[in-house]
Every structure is written in structure tokens, then in C-alpha cells.
Design a protein around this ligand. Structure first.
Ligand code: ADP
Length: 398
């Protein structure tokens, strides 16, 4: 009995992390066959809709196609009694296949999952000891099926909630896009009017307009990031294909970004020219994101070093900063959607949404490239780098 209980416990534990319900049923039918030394066995699953049963599993040695339970038959009696039901001399129609049988109903509270049917080719009597172990078998099967059902339900709910969240972001970002574009347009009109009316006559208004412009640009980028996340999720992010030279793009972006980052000095070291086939605008976005992050997460006055090199058949772009770095715990999560480190509170930059690195990585993946980072000790800065395949025959040393 102890050995049998130990085997049952072992199977129960094994089934705890089994996702496939059919496998659970198979394992419990097999252990029931083993524990009661049956010759073969099967399980009838109870269908809630019409109170009927279907054959859900039969062990490989089952010599015939079991007939579905009939009203007032053995299965019906076992289900009604809710406890294991033993038959030593079954009815004539079953005799060619078995001389005894045991039916173990599987119940959780008032709900019946089904019956495990165990069949014996020789006539036998059932010992007193076999009743409690059959009951334990029934309980263990019911527990594991219930856990599996709850787990599936929770998963379905979580999936539904995630889908609703994505839909919400998609709708919200679409709705935000139009007013942001309108504000941007009106600010431009006002700025032009101010220009004509000589800004030096009204420096305060001019200053405020510049601020509105800056923040609207920022808001526009956030809305764009949100839109792109839902485009990535639904496979709708569009990529144009063209050939462009990477070092030229880097120089252009660094020039542009340097104006917006007056408190950091961005240097660029480069020996090569690389022709890339891909979407120039998207790669530009990746570079802007790495540069603004480097500035956001490092102190004013510190350097940002950009370099371009050849690495294993790819162009490698490094963006090195001397800022807060990324602590060990965060290193595994850095590319996850909406992830932001708690260490960000040490920085003075405008907060983002934690989407830039996720989007950058997806863009690079689409180009057959990758985004990685190396972070030195905390507060010693980090190097974000990306690799992009380039056209082999157009590499010219400068
Ligand atoms: P955001 O900057 O908008 O929060 P990102 O996806 O670009 O979103 O970055 C995610 C997180 O990764 C940031 O919130 C920050 O915690 C961390 N991070 C990114 N770049 C750096 C960096 N250069 N140095 C330190 N931490 C960084």
C-alpha cells in the first residue's frame, strides 16, 4: 500500500506542471492500471451539456472499442454513488474482454469530470485495501484536473486582458495623433508670425513658443512609439528598402542630436564606410534613441562616444556613456516593453515610456541585425551597440 501511495504521489507531482489535459488523463489511467494490477483501462469524460460521456483515452492494450455508458449501467451506478465501484462478474456482453472491472468516478465538489474504468481479464475479488487507494486515486486525478482547468482559465483571462490593453493603446495613440499634429501645426504658424513681427520685441512669447514646440515634439514621439508598439505586435510596422551609407547617417544624426543635447559632448570615431540595405528612417530612430538614452542616463558635462567598426561580417555601432549604468537585476529586463529601471530617479532627463529599446531591437531584428549592451559596474556607464549586415562588396577604407 505504501509503495502504491508513493507511486501515486510521484505521478501527482509530475502532473502538476503538465499543461496538456489529455496527458494528465493518460498518466492517471496508467497509474490506476498499475496500482490495481489491471490488464487495460480507459476513461470516459462527462459532457456537461447533455450529461452524456465520451471515450477520451484508452490504454494501448485495450482489446475492443469500449461502448459508451448506458443509463442504469455500471458507469451510471458508479457516478451516482460517487465512490469506486467494483464488479467481479460483469454482464455477458463484456465477458469476452474482461471477467472483473473497477470504475473510479472522478469528482470535484459536485462536478464530475468522468470515470476511469479498469478491466481485468481474470475474475477476481477486490480487497478492502483497494477501496481507499482507489479513492485516493480519484481525489488526486480530480485535484490535478481542477488545477489544470483553473490554470488555463487564468491564462485565458490574462491573454484577454493583454489584448484589451494593446487595443486600448492602439486606439488611444491613434486618437492622440491628430490633436498633437494640430498643435504642432499651429505652433509653427505662430512661430512664423512671430518671426515676421520680430521676436526680439517679444522675447518671452518667443521663448514659450519654443518650449511648447519642444514638448509637442516629445509628445509626438511618445505617441509614435505607442503606435509602433501596436504595429509591431500586429506585424504592421512598415519598412522601406533602400541602400544608404551608415557613417554618413551617423554623422548626420549626431549633428542634429548634439543641438538638442547641449550638456553632453558627442564624439564620433570611424574608419569604415558601410552600405546598408534597409529603412534609413528606422535606423535613424534607433541611433537617436541610443544617443538620447546615453544623455538621459548620464550626468551633464559627461562624454558620449560613438564608434563604428567591422565585426563578424556586420557593421557595429557603439554608443558609450559614462552614466548610471544598468544594475545586474535590470539587465535581463531592459528590452521588455514598458520597462524602466528604478535607478532612473537619479537622472534629471524627461521620463519616457520604456519603449525605445524594445522598438529599436525589433527594428534591428527586422534588418537581420541585433541590439546588445555591456554595462560596466553601476555608475560607470554602459555601451549600447548594434550590429547590422552590410553589402560586402562596397566597403571602402577612408
Ligand atoms: P525610456 O528611456 O523611455 O525609459 P527605453 O526603452 O529607451 O525607455 O529604456 C528602457 C530603460 O532602460 C530606461 O528606462 C533605463 O532604465 C534603461 N536605460 C536605457 N538606456 C540606458 C543607458 N544608456 N544607461 C542606463 N540605463 C539605460
Amino acid at each position: 500500500m505504501d509503495i502504491k501511495l508513493a507511486r501515486l504521489n510521484q505521478i501527482t507531482l509530475e502532473c502538476l506542471d503538465e499543461v496538456d489535459q489529455l496527458k494528465i488523463i493518460e498518466k492517471f489511467t496508467k497509474i490506476a492500471i498499475e496500482i490495481l494490477s489491471a490488464d487495460f483501462g480507459f476513461m470516459f469524460w462527462r459532457l456537461v451539456d447533455d450529461n452524456s460521456y465520451k471515450l477520451i483515452y484508452k490504454s494501448p492494450k485495450t482489446p475492443y472499442e469500449p461502448r459508451l455508458p448506458r443509463k442504469y449501467g455500471y458507469n451510471y451506478k458508479a457516478s451516482k454513488g460517487r465512490i469506486p465501484y467494483f464488479v467481479s462478474k460483469p454482464m455477458k456482453s463484456l465477458l469476452p474482454y474482461m471477467k472483473s472491472l473497477a470504475i473510479i468516478p472522478i469528482f470535484y465538489k459536485n462536478h464530475q469530470y468522468g470515470n476511469i474504468v479498469l478491466c481485468f481479464k481474470k475474475e477476481r475479488t477486490f480487497t478492502l485495501e483497494e477501496r481507499p487507494i482507489s479513492m485516493a486515486l480519484s481525489n488526486a486525478t480530480a485535484q490535478i484536473i481542477t488545477i489544470n482547468t483553473f490554470h488555463k482559465k487564468t491564462e485565458r483571462t490574462a491573454h484577454k486582458l493583454l489584448k484589451q490593453k494593446d487595443e486600448f493603446f492602439n486606439i488611444a495613440s491613434h486618437e492622440l495623433k491628430t490633436p498633437v499634429a494640430a498643435i504642432k501645426g499651429f505652433v509653427q504658424i505662430l512661430k512664423q508670425k512671430m518671426k515676421k513681427a520680430r521676436p526680439e520685441t517679444n522675447p518671452e512669447t518667443s521663448y514659450f513658443l519654443d518650449k511648447i514646440n519642444l514638448h509637442t515634439e516629445k509628445l509626438g514621439r511618445l505617441v509614435n512609439d505607442l503606435l509602433d508598439v501596436s504595429r509591431i505586435e500586429t506585424g504592421k510596422l512598415k519598412f522601406k528598402k533602400m541602400t544608404f551609407e551608415l557613417s554618413e547617417l551617423l554623422e548626420e544624426v549626431i549633428d542634429g542630436v548634439q543641438v538638442a543635447l547641449p550638456y553632453h559632448h558627442v564624439s564620433f570615431r570611424n574608419k569604415h564606410r558601410f552600405w546598408i540595405r534597409g529603412d534609413r528612417e528606422h535606423i535613424e530612430r534607433v541611433i537617436i534613441n541610443l544617443l538620447t538614452n546615453a544623455a538621459k542616463y548620464s550626468p551633464a558635462g559627461s562624454k558620449i562616444k560613438v564608434s563604428l567598426e567591422e565585426k563578424a561580417g556586420c557593421a557595429r555601432v557603439n554608443v558609450e556613456d559614462f552614466g548610471i549604468g544598468i544594475n545586474k537585476k535590470d539587465q535581463l529586463k531592459i528590452f521588455k516593453r514598458f520597462f524602466q529601471s528604478k535607478d532612473n530617479s537619479q537622472t534629471s532627463g524627461l521620463p519616457g515610456l520604456g519603449l525605445g529599446l524594445y522598438i529599436a531591437r525589433e527594428i534591428l531584428k527586422h534588418h537581420g541585425g541585433e541590439l546588445q549592451f555591456e554595462s560596466k559596474e553601476r555608475s560607470k556607464g554602459s555601451i549600447f551597440y548594434f550590429l547590422l549586415p552590410y553589402s560586402k562588396y562596397r566597403i571602402i577604407k577612408r
